[in-house]
Design a binder for this molecule. Structure first.
Ligand code: HEM
Length: 429
C-alpha cells in the first residue's frame, strides 16, 4: 500500500496553534534566559547542562513564568505525588487562550504528549490505559525478545563496513537496533520502515519547548503523516492481525481507534528516539573515559553498570513537567495551585546528596540505578526493561566484537533539547 505523505494543515490554524503554544513559550523562554534566569537558560540551551547555578537556588526555583527543580528529593516527590499531574500541557496559559487553543486543535496533528496519549493523561484514565497496555507488554513478551535483539544486533555488526575508514555508529547501529525492535513490536512491515523512520526523526522535536514556526510546521506535517499511517495500519491489523503487541491490543478491543493511534504513536516515538540516544551516549561516554572503557572491555558483564551509569550521567530524556493541582508543599517549599514545574531528570541525577561525586562517570557506581531517567510514579517508563535489554545486549556485543573501537571524529549532537543524544558519531577500530 503506498504511504500517504500529508501536506501541512491549512496554515492559519496551524500558525495559531504554534503561536498559542510554542510561540508564546519561545518568547517567554528566550526573554527569561536573556535576563540570566538559570532555569530558563537550562531549558533553552543545547549545551551539556551545568545544573550548579539552579541547584544553588534551592529545591524548587521559581521565576515569574515557571518553576523547576534539580533536587532529587523534590523531583522524586513531585513525580510520585497525587497533588501533581501531567496537566493538559497548557497549564501556564490563561483560560481564554486555552479555550482558543482548543478551538484550533486538530486530531490528526496530536503528538505523543497530547491527550489521549498515556503520557498526557492522569488517573483514572491513565490507570485504564496503563492496565490495557501492561497486559500486552508483559515481562514474558520482553524476555522473549532477548533472542531477537541479540540476533538483530549480530546481523547489524556483521554489516558494519569499516573499509571507508570509519563508520557512523549512530546511523549504522545505535538507531537501527531499537527501530528493528519497535517495528517488530508494532508489526510495521519492512517496506514502511524508511518512511516511518524519516517521519519519526522529523517529529522528535515535538517535546522541545519554544519551537520556531518553521520547525513546528515540519514537526506537525510529520505527525500527520504518522497519524494517517497508523489509521491504515490499525485497519490492516484488524483484518489480518500478527502476533505483535499492537495486534494484541487491537484484538483485545479495549481501546478505540483514536486511543490506539495515540498509543502506537507514543510507543513508536519512545522506541525510535530514546534507546538510540542511550547507546550513542554510552559509546561517547566510554570513549571520553578510557579507564571505564578498559574496565568494560575486560569484563563485558559490566554492561549493566555501563547502561545505568550512562542513564544517570547523560540521560536520553532530560526533563518532564508536572502541574500542581492543589496548593501544596514540596521539600519545604510552598507550591501554589496551577504551578507548572519542570522536573529536570538530568539535574536530579547529579544531586550530590544522593550520588557521591555526581559529575564523575563511574560504571561501578553502586547506586547508579537510582537515577530518575525513566521518571518515577504513575508514568514510570513502560519500556524501561526493553530499553535496558536493548542497550545491554547492544553495547556488550559491540565491544566484544570490536574491543578496539574508538570515536574517531567529531560527534554531532541532535538539535533537540528534551531528547539528548547524537545524530552522528564516527568510530573506527
Ligand atoms: C533509554 C530509553 C528510554 C528512556 C530514557 C525513556 C524515558 C521515559 C520517561 C522519562 C518517561 C516518563 C515521562 C514522564 O514522567 O512524564 C517515559 C514514559 C514512557 N515510555 Fe519510555 N523511555 C525509554 C524507552 C522506551 C521504550 C523502548 C518504550 C517502548 C517501547 C517506552 C515507552 C514508554 C511509554 C509507553 C511511556 C508512558 C508511560 C506512562 O505514561 O504511563 N520507553 N519514558
Amino acid at each position: 500500500m503506498p504511504l500517504r505523505e500529508m501536506p501541512p494543515l491549512e496554515v492559519p490554524r496551524s500558525y495559531a496553534r504554534w503561536a498559542l503554544s510554542q510561540g508564546l513559550n519561545r518568547a517567554v523562554l528566550s526573554f527569561a534566559s536573556r535576563r540570566g534566569d538559570p532555569l530558563a537558560e537550562l531549558m533553552w540551551s543545547r549545551d551539556m547542562p551545568d545544573y550548579s547555578r539552579l541547584r544553588a537556588r534551592g529545591a524548587i526555583h521559581s521565576n515569574p513564568f515557571m518553576a523547576g527543580t534539580v533536587s532529587y528529593a523534590a523531583a522524586n516527590e513531585i513525580l510520585r505525588s497525587s497533588d501533581f499531574g501531567v496537566g493538559d500541557g497548557q497549564g501556564e496559559l490563561p483560560v481564554p487562550l486555552r479555550w482558543l487553543l482548543g478551538k484550533v486543535s486538530a486530531p490528526d496533528a496530536l503528538g505523543p504528549v497530547d491527550p489521549p496519549s498515556m503520557l498526557a493523561v492522569d488517573p483514572p484514565l491513565h490507570t485504564r490505559y496503563r492496565k490495557h497496555v501492561s497486559k500486552a507488554f508483559t515481562a514474558r513478551r520482553i524476555s522473549s525478545m532477548a533472542e531477537m535483539v541479540t540476533s538483530v544486533a549480530g546481523d547489524l555488526l556483521d554489516d558494519l563496513d569499516p573499509r571507508e575508514g570509519q563508520v557512523d555508529i549512530i546511523e549504522e547501529y545505535a538507531a537501527k537496533l531499537p527501530i528493528a525492535v519497535i517495528a517488530e513490536l508494532l508489526g510495521v512491515p519492512d517496506s514502511d520502515r524508511p518512511d516511518i523512520l524519516r517521519w519519526g526523526d522529523q517529529a522528535a522535536a515535538i517535546l522541545d519547548p519554544g519551537l520556531s514556526w518553521r520547525d513546528y510546521s515540519q514537526v506537525e506535517a510529520a505527525m500527520r503523516s504518522l497519524h494517517h499511517w497508523f489509521e491504515d495500519h490499525v485497519r490492516r491489523l484488524r483484518s489480518d492481525p500478527g502476533d505483535d503487541l499492537l495486534s494484541a491490543l487491537v484484538i483485545a478491543g479495549d481501546l478505540d481507534d483514536i486511543e490506539l493511534h495515540a498509543l502506537g504513536l507514543l510507543l513508536l516515538a519512545a522506541g525510535f528516539e530514546t534507546t538510540v540516544n542511550l547507546i550513542g551516549n554510552a559509546v561517547a561516554a566510554l570513549d571520553a573515559h578510557p579507564s571505564q572503557r578498559s574496565l568494560f572491555i575486560a569484563d563485558p558483564s559490566m554492561a549493566d553498570g555501563v547502561v545505568e551509569e550512562t542513564l544517570r550521567w547523560d540521560p536520553p530524556v532530560m526533563a518532564t513537567v508536572r502541574q500542581a493541582y492543589v496548593p501544596t508543599r514540596v521539600a519545604d517549599v510552598d507550591v501554589p495551585k496551577g504551578t507548572a514545574v519542570a522536573v529536570l531528570l538530568g539535574g536530579a541525577n547529579r544531586d550530590p546528596s544522593v550520588f557521591a561525586d555526581p559529575d564523575t562517570y563511574d560504571i561501578t557506581r553502586p547506586n547508579a540505578d537510582q537515577h530518575l531517567s525513566f521518571s518515577a510514579g504513575a508514568h514510570f517508563c513502560l519500556g524501561a526493561s526493553l530499553a535496558r535489554l536493548e542497550a545491554r545486549v547492544g553495547l556488550r556485543l559491540l565491544y566484544e566484537r570490536y574491543p578496539t573501537l574508538r570515536v574517531s571524529g567529531q560527534g554531532v549532537r541532535r538539535n533537540t533539547r528534551i531528547l539528548r543524544g547524537y545524530s552522528h558519531l564516527p568510530v573506527s577500530w
